[in-house]
Design a protein. Structure first.
Length: 583
């Protein structure tokens, strides 16, 4: 537990000094200041009245600690359960950010107009009465915590996934709280500095009303700047001086080993198997399907269970309908299902969404019909079954024998003949008298996965982008100005013009473009909205495609063979882009 807490603390400290928190430092500084009480007295010296000003002895100031406590509480709560809370209340994802900006504005007005400040603090008077007049500091901290959430690093990524799965155990809580405390510590220094100055610097004591009003104005101006993304100009001009530290934390083997259990405790025995191995192994009992929302292709929508399927060979396939790799694997699954279902094979699809739009039961049902899938499919929106299997890939196949033991794991595409041979071997083991048809893999017509060196799947979102190479930084919930890379390095992309950045996608404006250097024969782009995209590749005629409706994969490139090309895509306003995939 100490190691987990230490990793969370270090990850938080790195985030707490990153460029993304700079706009909040003036807010924290002025919020930490405390009004000092003075008393005017007069005394007689002979026939002369002398006025004395008594300055109250500084009491112990809890205001900075209350600000940080508010940040830690709201940061931890909304990171782990924010999506659940917003969904339950029917609120948009942007609600937390605008709520934080509203609180920041109100506190700023409270500094300018003390009566308003007392009104804001009034609901908190029932809290413990330690320095009760500063309970508004806790309110401010709650607001700042919601603005602090987007400042993410590798540790926060693990926390977010754990929160999305609903498996928030003590390890995740320890990691989250320690991360929040680490991220808040640098801010505590600024808040404490403001408090000390307000108590000990004579110039402040003499003009505290002016300083208080000035601080309120600064808070309101910064709230406006944050609301309209004006602070992005400053942040873009600064180097990402913490990126090196974040990379070291992310690539550290000890950190990886400690963070992995925070994502779930299920299926630990599956680590005994080497994914992709040609030989069958004994990988431990297959975890049961759990936490699903809806089932398709089952009698009356009844959930499928491994307990009821005992005696059959079961192929558990994790997929997502917009995943090109999954779409290319589906024809093989359909062929196996047709050839071996009557002989003891049962395929079970577990639809585990990569993106929020894939949580729609209607979208999943439409994809099932479109692909012609007729085996059971469970909707795993909270990644509960995904976590039980400790899965990390789309697609992923877990082959379970008739006794309920996982015997093989395959991540990604390919090796279809090997997987079919393993299916046939397990069918023979379950029923030595079974008469198997000839292997069907050679008869399947499906897009190839591409030769060696094919560009890997490319995500355009803030949360998963790894190969952005151009000017501009993906900053969630903001519209960011990007610049295309004139000489795009191999297997990277850049964005051009203004893009509204989300955690899972980017949305185009009037000037939006992307540039991609790829090595493939086919390029697919997951898009949604209403509009067009124009594809430009040197030496080839431009190509314009119409985009309409919910997210789907559009084929932008279809070359006769794998080639290295640079492609520029121009988007009409309002289109949402998710990923590039290659074949």
């Amino acid at each position: 537990m100490l190691t987990l807490a230490f990793i969370g603390l270090v990850g938080g400290l790195i985030t707490g000094v990153s460029p993304c928190v700079l706009p909040m430092l003036p807010i924290i500084f002025f919020a930490g200041t405390k009004q000092t009480k003075t008393t005017n007295k007069t005394r007689a010296e002979g026939d002369v009245l002398v006025e004395e000003i008594e300055i109250a002895k500084p009491a112990r100031d809890f205001r900075p600690l209350k600000i940080i406590a508010g940040i830690v509480v709201s940061f931890s709560l909304f990171t782990l359960a924010g999506s659940v809370i917003l969904s339950a209340l029917g609120l948009p994802d942007s609600f937390l950010r605008w709520g934080g900006l509203t609180i920041l504005t109100l506190v700023g007005l409270g500094l300018i107009f003390p009566a308003l400040g007392h009104w804001i603090e009034k609901p908190f008077y029932r809290l413990p009465k330690i320095n009760r007049n500063n309970n508004g500091a806790f309110v401010l901290g709650l607001g700042l915590g919601t603005l602090y959430v987007p400042c993410a690093g590798p540790v926060l990524a693990a926390i977010t996934v754990a929160g999305a799965t609903g498996n928030v155990g003590w390890r995740t809580v320890v990691l989250t709280v320690s991360f929040a405390m680490g991220a808040a510590l640098p801010l505590l220094i600024f808040a404490s500095a403001g408090s000390r100055i307000s108590q000990r610097v004579k110039a402040y004591r003499d003009h505290q009303k002016g300083f208080r009003i000035g601080g309120g104005i600064v808070m309101i101006l910064l709230a406006i700047a944050l609301a309209f993304n004006i602070t992005d100009v400053i942040q873009r001009s600064l180097p990402s001086y913490t990126s090196g530290l974040e990379k070291k934390v992310a690539e550290n083997k000890t950190v990886q080993g400690v963070l992995a259990p925070a994502l779930g405790q299920g299926g630990q025995e599956l680590a005994k198997c080497t994914p992709g191995a040609a030989e069958l192994a004994m990988c431990g009992a297959a975890p049961e399907f759990t936490g699903t929302q809806k089932w398709f292709n089952t009698p009356g929508g009844k959930p499928a269970t491994l307990a009821e399927l005992k005696g059959k060979v079961v192929l558990v396939d994790f997929w997502a309908y917009s995943c090109i790799n999954c779409q290319r694997a589906t024809p093989h699954l359909l062929a196996w299902n047709k050839a071996y279902q009557s002989l003891g094979l049962q395929i079970v699809g577990i639809h585990s969404p990569e993106f929020a739009f894939e949580k729609s039961a209607g979208n999943v049902e439409s994809a099932i019909r479109k692909e012609g899938i007729n085996y059971p499919v469970g909707q795993d929106n909270n990644l509960a079954t995904w976590t039980e299997y400790r899965n990390q890939y789309w697609p992923a196949k877990y082959l379970v024998d008739a006794g309920g033991t996982v015997r093989s794991i395959k991540f990604g595409e390919g090796s279809y003949a090997q997987t079919e041979n393993q299916i046939r071997q397990l069918l023979k083991d379950a029923n030595p008298n079974v008469q198997l048809p000839a292997p069907v893999d050679g008869t399947v017509k499906a897009d190839s996965i591409g030769a060696d060196g094919t560009t890997p799947e490319t995500y355009l979102s803030y949360s998963r982008s790894a190969n952005l190479n151009g000017s501009g930084k993906l900053t969630p919930n903001k519209t960011v100005a990007f610049g295309l890379n004139p000489e795009q390095p191999a297997d990277t992309y850049s964005l051009g013009g203004d893009w509204a950045v989300g955690t899972q996608s980017v949305t185009s404006t009037k000037t939006s473009q992307s540039r991609l250097n790829f090595n493939a024969a086919k390029v697919f782009h997951v898009l949604s909205g209403e509009g067009t995209v124009t594809v430009s590749i040197p030496g080839l005629p431009d190509k314009t495609l119409k985009v309409s409706g919910t997210p789907n994969a559009y084929q932008l490139v279809d070359l006769p063979s794998q080639q290295r090309k640079t492609m520029t895509v121009t988007y009409s306003p309002g289109l949402t882009a998710f990923t590039y995939s290659f074949g």
